[in-house]
Design a protein around this ligand. Structure first.
Ligand code: ADP
Ligand code: MG
Length: 252
């Protein structure tokens, strides 16, 4: 497979990266990304000098053994975490050296996260969980509520507005989490093993949702071992020991 030139060239300056981003219809450029975790004297290279470009509207899945660094990579690409070194542009913005506060603002509008364990706020109802990111981004209350209701209906949870997370099944919680990720209509959706803990029927519902999102304009990056999700991908990345060991793509 042919790699994009920016991924091969070692010493591009940042102006060149910004130019590539604009010219090649890229939504994310990652260049030499490194993320280490230090536990005492021991250093885990969770993401080890990874370069990766993502095209606008691309559907990417990332597979690989547990501990490979998939979650860490997703978090870095979406701006949930910052790398030790390397450069990440996301939607024209350099996020790799943003402070935490600016990064939080960036995420709110630009990337929707779907977590493996849903991460809903336990004291808020399904509807309030979906309204939460809209509230933070300054959407008017009525509009927050209308959109939350609409999203809940799309998730076939129209009758679960007042339910707290513990009153919902795993599959239902994950659907609320996806609705929350879509609340501010971010161009990029990142999902971390979204079907890993779900029963067959819930998994199928989530796959169908991602299929619909793929037909929309969203750029989607999913860490997953789910063959049916992988089958939707334009690009399949295999990750191991912090590195991309294989990348198959139908795009060029
Ligand atoms: P995956 O999602 O592929 O299972 P992760 O990205 O969760 O992999 O983890 C990659 C490596 O980084 C693992 O060895 C893991 O133990 C380590 N790691 C992840 N998060 C942390 C953390 N917060 N502190 C220390 N080590 C971590
Ligand atoms: Mg993980």
């Amino acid at each position: 497979m042919k790699e994009d030139s920016v991924e091969n060239s070692q010493d591009l300056n940042e102006n060149d990266l910004a130019k590539e981003l604009a010219e090649k219809d890229l939504i994310i450029i990652g260049k030499n990304i490194v993320k280490n975790y230090e536990i005492g004297d021991f250093i885990v290279k969770a993401v080890d000098n990874v370069s990766l470009n993502v095209k606008v509207g691309e559907f990417i899945t990332i597979k690989g053994p547990s501990g490979a660094g998939k979650t860490t990579l997703l978090n870095l690409l979406g701006g949930l975490d910052s790398p030790n070194s390397g450069i990440i542009y996301n939607q024209g913005v350099k996020i790799s050296d943003m402070d935490q506060e600016t990064l939080a603002l960036f995420r709110l509008i630009n990337s929707g996260f779907v977590f493996q364990n849903y991460n809903l706020i336990s004291t808020l109802t399904a509807e309030e969980n979906i309204m939460f990111p809209m509230n933070l981004s300054g959407v008017k209350f009525e509009e927050q509520r209308n959109r939350a209701v609409k999203l809940l209906r799309e998730m076939r949870l129209g009758d679960r507005r007042e339910h707290l997370p513990f009153q919902l099944s795993a599959g239902e919680q994950q659907r609320v989490a996806i609705a929350r990720a879509l609340a501010n209509d971010p161009p990029v959706i990142l999902a971390d093993e979204p079907t890993a803990n779900l029963d067959k029927r819930s998994s199928q519902f989530i796959r169908d949702l991602f299929k619909e999102l793929k037909n929309g304009e969203k750029t989607i990056i999913i860490a997953t071992h789910d063959d049916d999700l992988i089958a939707l991908a334009d690009t399949v990345i295999t990750f191991d020991q912090g590195k991309i060991v294989e990348k198959e793509t139908e795009l060029n």
